[in-house]
Design a protein around this ligand. Structure first.
Ligand code: SF4
Length: 366
């Protein structure tokens, strides 16, 4: 069954009604189970589960240590272009925003790559706005080949593509794909993705699968919190990750929990994901999906990120710049404001102080 069909089964599901009937006993049972089903996952996302958050966090920590040890995978993002042909209300790169636009030349990509590589981190995520015209497949292949000289793992966060185009990128050296659905609620999806390719809900939803079929070994997905109902968006993100991990066994799955940050355009979030609920969702992901990577970006502030490390986060960006050419030549505006402004060496030092081993490299394609 496709994931779209699975989602359809929840069209009339009454989340509030379900949550209203969750008891302490149901939450405690779900915490103690070895293998959780989707109702256990819902129980952990319920308001009732907040009372048991300490217990849930302890279990999440145990599972994380059992599966990942005391390690944290590091990566850095590189923004190579901010041109975009879509209008998404929450994003600084929206085509409607009158911001300076830039696409790095291949020479500039090389300069940025050399600068980033000084950190010693071997995992890079390269991002563009979503403009097929300004950053065509050939340009993305060339960027990949340059990055591959400096980094052992290259992931992309660019416009969704066909399986055939992903196969070309896979051959050029791309290892992983990040693509956030942003909002699983179809109607809300339509309301914030006003125009452009990104307004195609179904094509975006099926993107991770085209990436998996093309050969990418790592898929990172998630909802952007601040648009749709928080608990149901978290539920669908976890369900999506579970579906992908069962169908594409060779793929490592990652979940991110981005919260909307201030960006050009002045979009006001529909709801706020508070810190306690953030931790609850992160831990519910861990109990439901013991092997999934949990990625915490620099959207979150330094203290909060350090605390999440001791619970169940497994992947951190460090010293991120979200402007095009941000490490060497930036003259553009960031896609969103970052909160953890520490340089990568400071983040690494703190990870070590907290008793964790920072992982600079965990993959080499031979
Ligand atoms: S979210 Fe992506 S597609 Fe939408 S405006 Fe921003 S860069 Fe463009």
């Amino acid at each position: 069954m496709s994931f779209l069909k699975i989602l359809k089964e929840y069209d009339d599901f009454d989340f509030s009604g379900y949550f209203a009937n969750v008891t302490d006993e149901m939450v405690l049972n779900s915490i103690n189970k070895k293998s959780l089903d989707k109702f256990d996952f819902l129980n952990l996302l319920s308001p009732r589960a907040k009372i048991h958050l300490e217990k849930i966090a302890q279990k999440a920590h145990e599972i994380t240590v059992a599966n990942f040890g005391y390690t944290i995978n590091l990566y850095l993002p590189i923004y190579v272009s901010n041109y975009c042909s879509s209008d998404c209300l929450y994003c600084g790169f929206s085509k409607k925003n009158k911001i300076p636009r830039k696409k790095l030349s291949l020479e500039e990509v090389e300069i940025e790559a050399r600068e980033i590589a000084k950190s010693g981190i071997k995992h890079i995520l390269f991002l563009t706005g979503e403009s097929r015209k300004i950053t065509p497949l050939e340009y993305l292949c060339n960027v990949t080949k340059i990055l591959k000289k400096h980094f052992s793992f290259v992931a992309i966060e660019v416009y969704p593509m066909s399986q055939k185009d992903y196969e070309v990128l896979f051959k050029a050296g791309v290892d992983g794909l990040t693509v956030y659905q942003e909002v699983y609620d179809k109607e809300l999806y339509k309301s914030v993705h006003v125009s452009g390719e990104k307004s195609d809900y179904k094509y975006r939803l099926e993107t991770p699968e085209r990436g998996a079929k093309a050969g990418f070994r790592n898929l990172n997905i998630g909802a952007l919190f601040g648009i749709g109902d928080i608990a149901s968006e978290a539920f669908f993100s976890g369900l999506h990750a579970s579906y992908l991990s069962k169908k594409y066994l060779g793929c490592e799955l990652g979940l991110s929990l981005p919260r909307i940050n201030e960006a050009e355009g002045g979009f006001q979030p529909n709801c706020i994901l508070d810190d306690v609920s953030f931790v609850q969702i992160m831990c519910a992901y861990r109990l439901f999906l013991p092997r999934v990577e949990i990625n915490i970006s620099t959207r979150e502030d330094a203290d909060f990120r350090d605390n999440l490390l001791g619970i169940c986060a497994t992947k951190f960006s460090a010293g991120s710049k979200t402007e095009v050419g941000g490490y060497t030549v930036a003259k553009t505006k960031p896609q969103f404001e970052i909160s953890d402004t520490r340089e990568s060496d400071e983040v690494i030092k703190r990870i070590q102080e907290l008793g964790y081993e920072p992982v600079y490299k965990n993959w080499e394609n031979i």
